[in-house]
Design a binder for this molecule. Structure first.
Ligand SMILES: [Mn+2]
Length: 462
């Protein structure tokens, strides 16, 4: 029986200089390079890449050089790669004004096949291998644009002698709350495999669901801390002709990236001294060569106590980590910082996004706390819930640490993917870092985000 094999990867975000660190720029290159090298080992007929090759739509020369060095390896092995744009790597307004973009450049020098609302017939030794449709990023307009695109190209999709693939850079229902298109809408089209990008986590978590044809490979590095703990990798798809259509068998291959670690500490009501001393020992205990360390501090400082926590001082306790991010959610107990409603929302976010717990179970959990509040006559929702939750989190962290991955505990507010920051914002190559002497560990004061109380919502960027 004839078999066709392809690999699917996505969201390399080349050029992302996270935390203003050159090492992070290199990390994103290394991750994508590892991905391509491992793909070559699979010897696929072709590769598909579902958007956000670059972090910026106007990549700098080093970023372009990096991408060429990686993609050249596929060209050497004569493995074609089909690429669509994402919301990061192409500005359609500028592309229109200049008559082209960075993906056109890579196509011009023969490194990629750029599908911009286009259909390509993949051929190997003059033999057709697959039909690939690739859409540009349309966000909420995806359902309409896909319909229009399909109508315009209908006659091409009649054949069934080769697998038919659709590439999209969109959120689907089941990944984020604010999705662009439903699996139901996608399944109306006669594609054998729907390759998705934009959501940075492998989806579905179980690839062996019957009749599913929609897959996200996830990003090749962790772009946001909300992705920490999720494997980085690519999908290898084996398609076999059943006579009527093509049956696909996807398999996920993961590869290592820079290790990350997240620590959550709820102090309850305490003093600033305790917070500083405990955090110091927490950092010293978890400090490891080259890791990204994220520390989330929660609790409140006793009324009347000195209540200023200097996150720069806390960061300086780390000697080995590449970067320490401290999320200071410590409040002063004289101020009621959160309403009961926002506490319930915060807990819902933690359970839903980090532990994949269903809404109904969360509702039960919140009802349970409310019952305890009634019985114990304690009106402090935050105190009761964090006691229960902390035990849960501690247990989970142990399990997760064993498997060398870590969870993000999103306690700071609801995730709103709509409010993603503009691609270019703040991540421009800062001369500050370049000038800093190599032995200087931390350009002081430059990158600290001062988290004011616990109100500021955490953003998930894709
Ligand atoms: Mn992305």
């Amino acid at each position: 029986m004839e078999k066709i094999i392809w690999c699917h990867c996505s969201d390399a975000h080349l050029g992302y200089r996270q935390y203003n660190k050159l090492e992070r720029f290199e990390d994103f290159g290394k991750a994508f390079n590892t991905c391509i090298k491992m793909i070559i080992e699979k010897n696929p007929d072709f590769v598909i890449f579902t958007g956000d090759l670059f972090e910026h739509y106007n990549p700098s020369p080093p970023e372009i050089i990096q991408s060429i060095g990686i993609l050249e390896q596929l060209k050497e092995k004569e493995i074609p790669i089909y690429v669509i744009s994402g919301n990061h790597d192409v500005s359609y307004a500028l592309s229109k004004r200049y008559g082209g973009n960075i993906l056109h450049l890579l196509e011009e020098i023969g490194l990629i096949h750029y599908l911009d609302d286009d259909v390509a017939l993949v051929q190997k030794n003059n033999k057709p291998k697959a039909l690939i449709a690739g859409l540009r990023y349309y966000g909420k307009k995806t359902p309409d644009k896909l319909k229009e695109f399909y109508e315009n190209n209908k006659e091409k999709f009649v054949r069934s002698d080769i697998p038919k693939i659709l590439m999209l850079h969109s959120f689907i229902e089941g990944t984020v709350v604010n999705f662009d298109i439903t699996p139901y809408a996608l399944n109306l089209y006669p594609f054998d495999y729907i390759a998705m990008g934009h959501y940075h986590i492998k989806w579905p978590s179980d690839f062996h669901i019957d009749n599913n044809k929609i897959f996200f490979s996830g990003a090749t590095e962790h772009r946001s801390s909300t992705e920490w703990g999720h494997d980085r990798g690519f999908i290898t798809v084996e398609a076999t002709n059943t006579g009527k259509n093509w049956a696909v068998k996807p398999e996920f291959t993961s590869f290592p990236v820079r290790p990350k670690k997240i620590i959550f500490k709820d102090f309850g009501i305490t003093t600033a001294d305790t917070i500083v001393n405990t955090t110091k020992s927490l950092i010293e205990k978890n400090d490891e060569d080259g890791i990204l360390l994220r520390i989330i501090l929660k609790g409140s400082i006793k009324t009347g106590e000195f209540s200023f926590i200097n996150t720069q001082t806390l960061k300086s306790f780390s000697k080995k980590s590449l970067y320490v991010d401290i999320i200071n959610s410590i409040t002063s107990s004289s101020i009621t910082s959160k309403t009961e409603v926002s506490e319930r929302e915060a807990i819902t976010e933690v359970l839903k996004n980090n532990f994949n717990i269903k809404q109904e179970i969360i509702n039960d959990y919140i009802a349970l706390i409310e019952n305890i509040m009634k019985i114990s006559n304690d009106k402090n929702f935050e105190k009761i819930s964090s006691e229960i939750l902390n035990e849960f989190i501690t247990k989970n962290l142990e399990n997760i640490e064993k498997s060398q991955s870590f969870v993000e505990l999103n306690i700071l507010g609801p995730i709103d993917p709509e409010k993603e920051p503009k691609a270019r914002q703040g991540s421009k190559t800062e001369p500050k870092v370049k000038k800093a002497p190599a032995d200087k560990k931390e350009p002081s004061g430059s990158t600290t985000k001062k988290t004011k109380k616990s109100k500021s919502p955490r953003l998930t960027s894709f």
